[in-house]
Write a new protein. Structure first.
Length: 123
């Protein structure tokens, strides 16, 4: 097996996709998160752990995974607080190896959002 180290939030990519598939492909984010917590057996203690910025680690990682899936075209948010799998997300078969490849192909995805718009030449 590949020894490639994935970011912490990648452990929530498959659960997000699985839960959304079970719910018909689309659901409110809170319900998705609650089902992930339940299915993964995440304890109250784990839910209270915070990162260096004081944000709950579990929720931060789930939202980071959701953002990655959205940026790479597997998920969309048609309205605030609602997550939907795209056709690409519904058809994808995620495995540990696929996730490593997906991460390799999309390194720097967060920074792509913050690239300044190209200058317009008015000449």
């Amino acid at each position: 097996m590949d020894d490639y180290k994935l970011p912490q939030y990648f452990k929530y990519i498959i659960p997000i996709v699985e839960v959304l598939r079970e719910l018909g492909g689309s659901e409110k984010s809170l319900k998705v998160i609650n089902l992930i917590v339940e299915k993964r057996g995440i304890t109250e203690k784990e839910l209270l752990e915070t990162n260096q910025r004081g944000k709950p680690k579990v929720h931060f990682n789930i939202y980071s995974a959701k953002s990655f899936l959205a940026k790479t075209g597997y998920l969309c948010s048609p309205k605030r607080g609602h997550w939907s799998l795209t056709d690409k997300g519904l058809k994808s078969d995620f495995t540990r190896m696929n996730l490593a490849d997906l991460h390799r192909q999309n390194r720097g995805w967060r920074y792509q959002w913050f690239k300044p718009a190209p200058e317009i030449d008015d000449k």
